[in-house]
Design a protein around this ligand. Structure first.
Ligand code: 5CA
Ligand code: ZN
Length: 414
C-alpha cells in the first residue's frame, strides 16, 4: 500500500546511544539484536473501520520515537506495518452502516494515512494489507497443516472445515513454548483469548487456546480460493507471514499496544517459529493502553478522541505529540479534554523560551546530551520534556541546535 511523505528529520552533530528497551517476553531491559546493523521493526497496524484515535496515535508515536532513537544512534531502520483490512469487526461495521467492506477499509486507510502524515510519523518502508498477501498466508497455512501443526474443525454452513493451530503439537515439535511472549498464567490466557477474538469454548478444538488459521467461506463473507479451500485467514498467521515476508526471521522488535501481547503476539511468534525454526523477534515491546472516560479507548466501546477531529479543530500536531509524550509509553494513563490545552501552553512556552534573550544560557550541547541519555533509557520522554522545560525556562545558547534536536528526537516543531 502507498504510505505517506516522511517528515523532516534533521541530522544532529555527534551520535546518540543505542536505546535500551523493555522486552515484554523477558520482562527485562535489553538491547535487542540489530542484524547486519539494521534495526528491523514490525508494528501491528490498524483494522481500518474507524478513524485513528489517540490510543492508536500513542502506540504509533512510541515506535516512531523508537526509530528516531535508533537513527540518532547511527543505525539504519527498516519498518514494516500491516493493515488488517479483512476482519470480523470491519465486516460487521460495513454491514451495520450499509457500505461495502472494501470501500469502508479504503476510506479508513486513507484517513489513517493522512492522520499519520499530519502527526509527522515516520512512514513504514513496508505497508502491507492482508488482502495483498492472501496467497502467501494460505501457503503458510498449508505448510503448517502438512507439517502437523494444524487440524480441521468441522463447520456447518461453510464451504469446508475451519483450520486451527495445534498449540500442543507446536510445543512438542518446535522451539516455541506457550508463554514465550506473554508472561501470563493459563487462566488469564484463556480469559484474554475469549475477549480478544479467540474461541476457547468452541467444540471440536484440541486445545482451548488453539487459534484459527483459516476460516472456511461462509455466505455473505469475503472469500479467496486457496490450496486450503475457499475462505479467509485467521488473524495471527496474517501478521506472522507479513512480518517475516518483509523483515525475515528474528527481527529486532515486534511492537504494538499491550492489548496485543496475548493471544496475538504469542501466536504470531508461535506460527513463525513453527514455520521457520527461528524465533519471530528478539524483543516484544508494547505501548500501554490509553483510556478515556474511565475505560480503554476502543472502537468497540466508542469512547474515542479522533486525531483528525483535533487537527481539524486547529490543534497543532506538535501539541498533540507533546500531550502524548508527557506519558512514558509503558504507563497506562487517561486522556482528559484539558490535556490538549496544557500541551499547547507547554509548546508555546518552549517557543517563547527558545528566542528569549538570556545572560546565563544553558549550553545546547549539554541539553542534547541529556535528551539523548533519556531517550536511550527505554524512551523516557517525560524526562526529555522536563529537561526541555528547565532549559527553555532559562534560555539556551544555540536555539537552532535545540530546535533541530527537538524535531529530530521528538518530532516536535519549535
Ligand atoms: N489490526 C490489529 C493489529 S494486527 C489491531 O489491533 N488493530 S487496532 O486498530 O485495533 O489497533 C491498532 C494499534 O493500536 C494496535 O497496535 C493496538 O494495540 C493499538 N491500540 C488500540 N487501542 C489502543 C489504546 N487505547 N491505547 C494504546 N494503543 C491502542
Ligand atoms: Zn498484528
Amino acid at each position: 500500500m502507498r504510505t505517506w511523505t516522511p517528515p523532516e528529520l534533521p541530522e544532529l552533530p555527534g551520535t546518540g546511544t543505542v536505546p535500551k528497551l523493555f522486552n515484554t517476553a523477558t520482562e527485562r531491559m535489553e538491547h535487542p539484536a540489530i542484524p547486519d546493523g539494521k534495526a528491523l521493526l514490525y508494528v501491528c497496524g490498524i483494522t481500518p473501520y474507524d478513524a485513528t484515535h489517540l490510543g492508536h496515535a500513542f502506540t504509533y508515536l512510541t515506535f516512531d520515537i523508537m526509530q528516531r532513537a535508533w537513527r540518532d544512534a547511527g543505525i539504519e531502520t527498516v519498518y514494516a506495518q500491516n493493515i488488517t483490512d479483512v476482519d470480523d469487526p470491519l465486516l460487521e461495521r460495513a454491514t451495520a452502516t450499509g457500505v461495502e467492506w472494501r470501500d469502508l477499509a479504503d476510506e479508513q486507510i486513507g484517513l489513517y494515512r493522512s492522520d499519520m502524515y499530519r502527526l509527522g510519523m515516520l512512514p513504514p518502508e513496508h505497508f502491507i494489507a492482508v488482502t495483498e498477501q492472501i496467497d502467501e498466508i494460505a501457503a503458510a497455512v498449508l505448510e503448517l497443516r502438512e507439517r502437523g501443526f494444524a487440524y480441521s474443525v468441522p463447520t456447518e454452513n461453510a464451504a469446508g472445515d475451519d483450520l486451527y493451530f495445534d498449540t500442543a503439537a507446536a510445543e512438542r515439535n518446535s522451539q516455541w513454548r506457550l508463554g514465550d511472549v506473554a508472561p501470563y498464567d493459563p487462566e488469564l490466557m484463556r480469559r484474554l483469548s475469549a475477549e480478544r477474538g479467540g474461541d476457547p469454548d468452541r467444540p471440536g478444538k484440541r486445545g482451548p487456546l488453539d487459534p484459527l488459521l483459516w476460516r472456511a467461506a461462509r455466505d455473505g463473507e469475503p472469500r479467496w480460493e486457496s490450496p486450503v479451500g475457499p475462505g479467509r485467514p485467521g488473524w495471527h498467521i496474517e501478521c506472522s507471514v507479513i512480518a517475516t515476508g518483509a523483515l525475515g526471521g528474528a527481527f529486532t522488535v515486534q511492537g504494538g499496544g499491550s492489548d496485543l501481547i496475548f493471544p496475538h503476539h504469542e501466536f504470531t511468534a508461535a506460527h513463525a517459529t513453527a514455520l521457520s525454526g527461528t524465533p519471530l523477534a528478539h524483543a516484544y515491546c508494547h505501548a500501554a493502553l490509553v483510556a478515556y472516560q474511565g475505560h480503554k479507548m476502543s472502537k468497540s466501546r466508542g469512547n474515542l478522541v479522533f486525531v483528525s477531529k483535533l487537527l481539524d479543530s486547529g490543534a497543532d500536531p506538535s501539541a498533540i505529540r507533546l500531550g502524548l509524550l508527557t506519558h512514558h509509553y509503558r504507563t497506562e494513563w487517561e486522556w482528559a479534554d484539558a490535556d490538549l490545552a496544557t500541551a499547547t501552553r507547554r509548546l508555546e512556552a518552549w517557543r517563547a523560551g527558545l528566542v528569549r534573550p538570556c545572560d546565563d544560557p544553558v549550553l545546547a550541547a549539554t541539553v542534547v546530551q541529556q535528551l539523548r541519555a533519556a531517550l536511550a533509557n527505554d524512551l523516557d520522554t517525560p524526562v526529555m520534556l522536563a529537561t526541555l522545560d528547565a532549559a527553555l525556562d532559562r534560555g539556551v545558547d544555540d536555539p537552532a541546535h535545540i530546535a533541530d534536536a527537538v524535531l529530530a528526537l521528538l518530532g516536535v516543531r519549535l
